[in-house]
Ligand binder design. Structure first.
Ligand code: NAD
Length: 250
């Protein structure tokens, strides 16, 4: 029973999968949500779902790999609602599947640009806004692949490990500003990102690797995200939180 009444949250990658669930769950708990994604029409679909359920949201078309776009996103949030209290750096891509010795260099750059640089830009521009608001909470969407390797996904694995490092440093630096920064590590979650990149046999194999013998749902990731964003997590900062059905337990 978390309430975010009177608080504003930005969610990037809010049109699909995990980001959509987080955006709608935040709005259902009283937050005003800035739902951002690459295309306005996609962001607006999330806004429509939130509005129809009685919540408040605004759509913003932006690219997290472009620092000017992320700066404009934060300015939009402050302009629409007066203050920014929460940020979920969720937008991410999987990138090409290839071994490191064959990995396409442009593919490497795109994955690092979205999955790592995008998280940095989010923190870079949201933190000053949160300071103006008197404090805040950031959740950076990492992955279990932020602590273990995965073949043919070097760029993704490297970016997610780096997100965990950035999270720890930002938490150390900005505790004095009343800002908490945490990394969330989903295991394998049934979303368009996963289903578009792994064939059925690989998906079944990965399900079998989790203690619970299944994939997670976007709702199960949203539940942990809302907890970390909320005041109930007031002593939790700079840490890495798994929601993986026991995938990394062995
Ligand atoms: P998804 O593909 O369903 O949704 C990602 C969203 O991000 C899409 O709406 C897409 O348009 C948006 N996006 C992509 N590039 C963007 C950019 N440059 N700027 C703004 N928006 C952009 O994916 P998902 O599975 O919901 O993944 C969400 C996050 O969770 C990602 O960071 C992903 O790495 C992470 N994650 C997913 C899983 C999983 O199994 N699905 C596991 C661990 C971590």
């Amino acid at each position: 029973d978390i309430s975010f009444n009177g608080k504003t949250a930005i969610v990037t990658g809010a049109a699909s999968g995990i980001g959509y669930e987080i955006a709608t769950a935040l709005a259902a708990s009283g937050a005003t949500v800035i739902a951002s994604d690459l295309k306005q029409e996609d962001a607006d679909k999330t806004v429509k779902a939130i509005t129809e359920a009685g919540g408040t949201a605004h759509g913003f078309a932006g690219d997290v790999s472009d620092p000017e776009s992320v700066e404009a996103l934060v300015a939009f949030a402050e302009e629409k609602t007066g203050a920014l209290h929460m940020l979920v750096n969720n937008a991410g891509i999987s990138g090409p599947a290839a071994k490191t010795g064959e990995y396409p260099v442009d593919g490497w750059r795109s994955v690092i640009d979205v999955n790592l640089n995008g998280v940095f830009y989010g923190c870079r521009y949201a933190i000053p806004a949160m300071k103006r608001a008197g404090g805040g909470s950031i959740v950076n969407m990492a992955s279990i692949l932020g602590s273990v390797g995965f073949a043919s996904s070097g760029a993704y694995v490297a970016a997610k490990h780096a997100v965990v490092g950035l999270t720890k440093s930002a938490a150390l630096e900005h505790a004095e500003d009343n800002i908490r920064v945490n990394a969330l590590a989903p295991g394998f979650i049934k979303t368009p990102l996963l289903e578009g990149n792994l064939d059925n046999a690989t998906q079944s194999f990965l399900e079998g690797q989790a203690a619970q013998n299944r994939m997670g749902t976007p709702e199960e990731v949203a539940n942990l995200t809302l907890f970390l964003l909320s005041d109930k997590a007031s002593f939790i900062t700079g840490s890495y939180h798994l929601a993986d059905g026991g995938y990394t337990a062995h």
